[in-house]
Design a protein around this ligand. Structure first.
Ligand code: NAD
Length: 314
């Protein structure tokens, strides 16, 4: 199968691209190589995929590149909530306009299967219970609002034009190769450098953690067995407060609570995310990597790969 992976030099997209190459697919990666894009993430498959340095907002490039692919998976996005609070324009450009430009190119090229990769953050925040795919979109950060805009455009292409696109909404990912601005790699690399870890507010915000490998497997399942036009939630395996997560990272690296610096809460900080993934499980998918095992493996990867993260945090 010929697969186009947009944003495939980033954290999740590079896992997906490497897995697809390993499975024998012919893979094209399109990536703008923003601060979050890193060709080192694709080194294990160097020479075994086509890399195109470019922008999903570039309609001319997409018109040349997209035709001939059997599957297009869109990971390309601006992804860090804190950066979206400091400046939202790039988020709207890539996450909304870029998604529309890509959907249009897929429509014109007659691509038989498209997956728009999205996030649980489009649903907002939930104190109790879990969101289903029918829950209202109530995004609260510029990042989440821009992702919701991309979701709605993708859905409109499915309904209006019959584009065979499914949307996936996943919880918080962790694993190797995640840029060290997100909480797990930030805390791990800070501790490895003898620095304190900044914990927002009271640390009571709850996130639903999933290993990146499980997320990529779920996308495979949606691409092969999911129904075009439908949304699929991808839930994690561990709901944890940031305080609990911090304790586990400190313990794994032999550090005490004195290494925590309490910092003022993020503006508009969502309190809790939680997904009901029964629709996806009905397709036969189950997450496989338990959080304790996945976190230990992830921390070991950062310990073993200082050259990778030192280049990013310089
Ligand atoms: P990332 O920030 O690590 O990677 C994003 C990639 O997109 C980078 O390689 C970047 O260079 C590329 N990119 C940015 N703008 C582009 C553009 N205009 N054209 C082409 N490429 C561009 O992000 P990630 O954590 O790997 O997330 C990938 C996708 O998964 C995103 O759509 C994100 O919203 C979604 N998602 C992430 C999480 C998570 O916890 N990380 C959870 C759920 C969903």
């Amino acid at each position: 199968m010929k697969v186009l992976v947009t944003g495939g030099a980033g954290f999740i997209g590079s896992h997906f691209a490497r897995a697809r190459v390993a499975a024998g697919d012919t893979v094209t990666v399109l990536d703008r190589l923003t601060y979050a894009g890193n060709l080192a993430n694709l080194e294990p498959v160097a020479g075994r995929h086509d890399f195109v340095h470019g922008d999903i907002c570039d309609a001319g490039l997409l018109a040349r590149l997209v035709p001939g692919h059997d599957l297009v998976v869109n990971f390309a996005a601006e992804t860090h909530v804190d950066r979206s609070i400091d400046g939202a324009a790039e988020f709207v450009r890539t996450n909304v306009l870029g998604t529309q430009t890509l959907m249009q190119a897929c429509l014109e090229a007659g691509v038989p299967r498209v997956v728009q990769v999205s996030t649980d953050e489009v649903y907002g925040t939930i104190d109790e219970g879990s969101w289903t795919e029918e829950s209202p979109l109530l995004p609260r950060s510029p990042y989440a609002a821009a992702k919701a805009g991309g979701d709605l455009i993708a859905q409109a292409y499915a309904i209006t034009h019959g584009l065979p696109v499914s949307i996936t909404r996943c919880g918080n990912n962790y694993g190797p190769h995640q840029y060290p601005e997100k909480i797990i790699p930030l805390f791990v690399t800070n501790l490895l450098r003898g620095r304190k870890v900044p914990l927002y507010g009271d640390g009571g915000n709850v996130r639903d953690w999933i290993h990146v490998t499980d997320h990529c497997r779920a996308i495979d399942v949606v691409a092969s067995r999911g129904e075009p036009g439908l949304v699929y939630n991808i839930a994690g395996t561990a709901e944890l407060t940031n305080r609990e997560l911090t304790k586990r990272i400190l313990a794994a690296l032999g550090a005490g609570w004195d290494m925590v610096e309490h910092v003022p809460d993020r503006k508009g900080h969502d309190r809790r995310y939680s997904l009901d993934d029964s629709r996806l499980r009905a397709l036969g998918y189950r997450p496989e990597i338990g959080f304790d095992e996945g976190l230990a493996e992830t921390i070991a990867w950062y310990v073993d790969n200082p050259a990778w993260w030192r280049a990013a945090v310089r």
